[in-house]
Design a protein around this ligand. Structure first.
Ligand code: UD1
Ligand code: CA
Length: 393
């Protein structure tokens, strides 16, 4: 069955306290929250709609630049999550498949989980399925309210909840699967008579029950996946969770990570087995690291870095947009930016590629060919090519 994704990304993100950056464009390891969500659905849906509003232009630009198959839909003013979804009603007027609704501020959910969620929806012949999980401390989340027979009754937001409802630990993850043709008319009927004066998407559960639809909850065991980001403290916590997940993947694949607690690796970094990452390294953006490399301690890879096998990037070495061929060492206090470094090269301590000309505001390349030795404290003013076998003193 055809599936479309609707990603809610119009909210103001007031609790992030950022004047310049919309919530969904905040980053975890150099990748935006919205980017994580779009990457999670792009392999199994036939189209994505991103609802934009607050800082709409920036979010639209982000989507256009990075996910050209996704469409943005403007929600202005922003009257709540239910109102946000109603914005796609014209686009989906004749759509007869499933609509998967996600929030742009929930980046930790895994693609496999979303697929199982959709399978659950189909195999239970559901019309509306909501993802839920259990939190010991459910503060801030909508509570899942069940009938005595355990069937789903409704969702109550924290701000509208009675003390008994607040004590419920099963919460709404903010992820829904809808049989669109049966549920779409709900969006014209939602009311805003609640504590926040908003049109709540969560009210579709009650609406579904009133219209004799099949309403189910898919309860996720791993509650970390639905961790929503509303504040900078949440962002820091989510970064930690994401990083642990990434580190575990590399450990399983045979990478040695001496101190997972102080090592940060972006989701788009590939590392081959037998490479060793020493403590306090920060690896962001897209990178490819070969086998038997030694990285750190205290190394910083800033993205678009390709290291072939047996490369050493030592302490206080920063690398950006650079390819380093095999058996090359840059062991101490070095900056390599916009560079191509050959094989068997030794980069002495304190070597800097001066890649940026502040007068012309342009960046240029440094090319260092095979078997070169760059002596300590060299500044290589780009554009520059050091030919094969040369020694720089
Ligand atoms: C929402 C749910 C809550 C759930 C939680 C899970 C509602 C009413 N509440 O609460 O039950 O436990 O998510 O994380 O749905 N947005 C818009 N337009 C709007 C308002 C919000 O696009 O008018 C977007 C936001 O950008 C955000 C998402 O919807 O990505 C959720 O909004 P947010 O305000 O964070 O809702 P929560 O209070 O977290
Ligand atoms: Ca939220």
């Amino acid at each position: 069955m055809d599936i479309k994704a609707v990603i809610l990304a119009a909210g103001k993100g007031t609790r992030m306290k950022s004047e310049t950056t919309p919530k969904v464009l905040h980053q975890i390891m150099g990748k935006t929250l919205l980017g994580y969500v779009l990457d999670n659905v792009k392999n199994f849906v036939s189209g994505e709609f991103v609802i934009v509003g607050h800082h709409a232009e920036e979010v639209e630009n982000f989507v256009k630049t990075n996910y050209d198959h996704a469409q943005t839909v403007l929600q202005s003013p922003q009257l709540g999550t239910g109102h946000a979804v109603s914005m796609v009603c014209p686009q989906l007027e004749n759509f007869d498949g499933l609509v998967l609704i996600l929030c742009g501020d929930t980046p930790l959910v895994k693609e496999e989980t979303l697929k199982s969620f959709v399978e659950f929806h189909k195999s239970n012949n559901s019309d509306i399925t909501v993802m839920s999980t259990i939190f010991e401390n459910p503060t801030n989340y909508g509570r899942i309210i069940r009938e005595a027979n355990n069937s789903l009754k409704c969702i109550v937001e924290e701000k509208d909840a009675t003390p008994e409802q607040k004590a419920v630990k099963e919460v709404n993850a903010g992820i829904y699967c809808l049989n669109w043709s049966k549920v779409k008319s709900a969006f014209g009927e939602l009311k805003s008579n609640n504590a926040q004066g908003e049109y709540y998407l969560t009210d579709i559960i009650k609406w579904g029950n009133e219209h004799n639809l099949t309403v189910n909850a898919f309860t996720l065991k791993n509650n970390e996946e639905i961790y929503g980001i509303n504040s900078k403290a949440n962002l820091a916590e989510a970064s930690k969770l994401m990083n642990q997940r990434i580190i575990n993947k590399h450990l399983t694949n045979g990478v040695t990570i001496v101190d997972p607690a102080t090592t940060w690796i972006s989701p788009d970094t590939e590392i081959e087995a037998d490479t060793i990452i020493y403590p306090s390294c920060y690896i962001s953006g897209k990178n490819k690291i070969g086998k038997h490399c030694k990285i750190g301690p205290f190394a910083h890879l800033r993205g678009d870095v390709i290291l072939e096998d047996y490369v050493k990037i030592g302490n206080f070495v920063e690398v950006k947009k650079t390819t380093v061929k095999s058996h090359t060492n840059a062991c101490h206090l070095t900056y390599l930016g916009d560079s191509e470094v050959g094989s068997n090269v030794n980069i002495g301590a304190g070597t800097i590629t001066a890649n940026y000309n502040p007068l012309t505001k342009t960046k240029s390349k440094t090319i260092i060919k095979d078997n070169v030795k760059i002596g300590s404290n060299s500044v290589l003013v780009a554009p520059i090519t050091i030919e094969e076998g040369a020694n720089v003193g």
